[in-house]
Every structure is written in structure tokens, then in C-alpha cells.
Ligand binder design. Sequence first.
Ligand code: ATP
Ligand code: MG
Length: 323
Amino acid sequence: MEKIIKNFLVDGEVVLCERHGAGHINETYKVDLNNDGKVKSYILQRVNTQLFTDMDKLMSNISGVTNFLREKIIKEGGNPDRETLTVIKAKDDKDYYFDKETGSSYRMFLFIEDALALQKAEKPEQFKSSAQAFGKFANMLADYDASTLYETIKFFHDTTVRFENFKKAVAFNYQNRAEKIKEEIKFALDREEYASRIVNKIKDGRIPLKVTHNDTKLNNVLFDKDGVSAIAVIDLDTVMPGSILYDFGDSIRFGCNTGAEDEVDLTKVTFSMELFDTYVDGYLSEMGASITKEELSELAFSAILLTYECGIRFLGDYLSGDT
Ligand code: ATP
Ligand code: MG
């Protein structure tokens, strides 16, 4: 690891390099560098290039967005090293380092000190804080030219494509599984109109193309030591052009579910209106005036849409043979 770290624009002797956090996608390390008795910490990540196949595009998205946020945070008198990710450049001026020996790609960020990643909301205030963090993120990036971002995972929230894929899966009908889930298939097919509603509004310009985070779960927000106030939105791998409705809807989809995502006892799976109100409060309090009338009018629907999207994906996967 020392050899890898030496390829970044950092100084000092490596005094610590250990696995950090509970991420599932990349391999994350905390690195401490001692520079004449002063220790500075960094995050080093071996990127999952099986999932993110184009490092240049991936890091171009992340650098673009974090540099933009950085300037805004400075203007507002905030601390940019703490309130957003800071990419450390490699010595060849790239935003990552490709290690020929192992074929792995690495990147470094400043370590955000005295911060916590929560795996699960214990109190509604924490859910509200995450809503504020994502609302602020969307608001600050509302005037970012999202057309300059790369679509690093194609058709991620293109629900019309997702719906077409679902119909193909129904036709494929692996081991005649459709027999067992007739009702569920009918439920999904009956709601075809959902699939194109937002996509079409983006296409004809009624809903603006904006920066979308696409992974708005709780542990992608760093909290202050008090465990209540949010500091920064992290994990920007899935930042892509899209609609803020996708992030909002997805947060509601998993955040307001009273059961686990994979709960089999459906009596435990209900929608908490209380948590919905909590999230809306937090989100809109930070959204400011940047949210358009059209976006606002589709906010509640987006929660249905993102749940529907997940449903047809998983049901389609079952019909395709659990691929
Ligand atoms: P996921 O499973 O959410 O996709 P991932 O593998 O993409 O995760 P990250 O979310 O980027 O990894 O980081 C994993 C964890 O490392 C975070 O939850 C957080 O605890 C910690 N972390 C990441 N970046 C920083 C940072 N700049 N400063 C401090 N801690 C960080
Ligand atoms: Mg994460």
C-alpha cells in the first residue's frame, strides 16, 4: 500500500493503513501520514472496476461535482474540507492511480475528521438530518450543468427501459415461474403508465435534468459526533445526470418502509406516513427555491415510481432465473 500511496500528491511517512467503514462496493482504507510529527488522515479506496469500468468518466463526474460544491461551500462561509469530499490528485495529475502490477485503480480523498457513518436511523431526527443533507446537496447542485456528467451506469433510472425489460422477463418465464406470481405480474403490468411519466417529462423539458446522487442511503451521509447533525454527503460513485425526484423517491422507498428491504413477513411492511412527513420537512427546508413547481408536484409520485422500479427489477430478475 505504501507504494500505491507514494503515487499521490501527499507527503509524510505512512503510520497507519487499515480497512475502514462498512462499504460494500469499494475497498476502503484509512491512511495516516506523519509529516514532522503532524499526522494527517486520508481515505484510500481500491475502486470496484468490475462495476465502474471507466475510471476516467467516474472520476470526472466526482471531481466536477466536488469542485463545484467546494466553491459554493467557501462562498457560504463553510468548511469545504469537511462538507464535501476532496479528491487528492495523483502525481501524474490524474484523479486516480492505476497500478499496473495488480491491475487495480486507487483514489484518495481527505479524511473527514470527527464524523460518523450511521448504518441505521435510530431516531427520526437522524432521518430528518439525512433529508436535509440530500436537500442541501440537490439545492447546491441545482445550477450544475448535468449534461456534462457521464452516465456511468446506463439507463439506471430509465423506467421505460426497465419496464420493457420486465415485459421481456415475463415472456422469458424461467421454469414457468410466472404461474406462481400471476397477481404480482398483473399488478406491475396494470401500472405501465407509471414507467414513462417522469422520463417523458425530462425528455420534453418539463422536468430539468439535474445532478442525481443515486445512492441516498443513510450511511452515505457523514454525521457529526453528536450523531444528529449531518455534515456531508459522500459516496459519489453513482452521481449521474437525472432528476432530483429519483433521489427523493428512493430515499422514501427504503426510509419509510417499516420492514426490512427483504422482509418476507409482509404484515411488517407498511409505509410510515410519519417518517414521510419527517423526510419531506427536512428535504424541503434545505431545498430552497431551486425546486420547480413541476418537480414539487411529482415529489409524492416519485416515491411510488422508485418503489415500482425496484419491484419490476426484482420481479423481472425472478422471472429471468435470478441472474
Ligand atoms: P457503499 O456500500 O455505500 O456503496 P462504498 O464501498 O462505495 O460504499 P463509501 O461509501 O465511499 O464506500 O465509503 C465507505 C465508508 O467509508 C463510509 O460509509 C464512511 O464510513 C467512510 N468514508 C468514506 N469516505 C470518507 C471520508 N472522506 N472521510 C471519512 N470517512 C469516509
Ligand atoms: Mg457508501
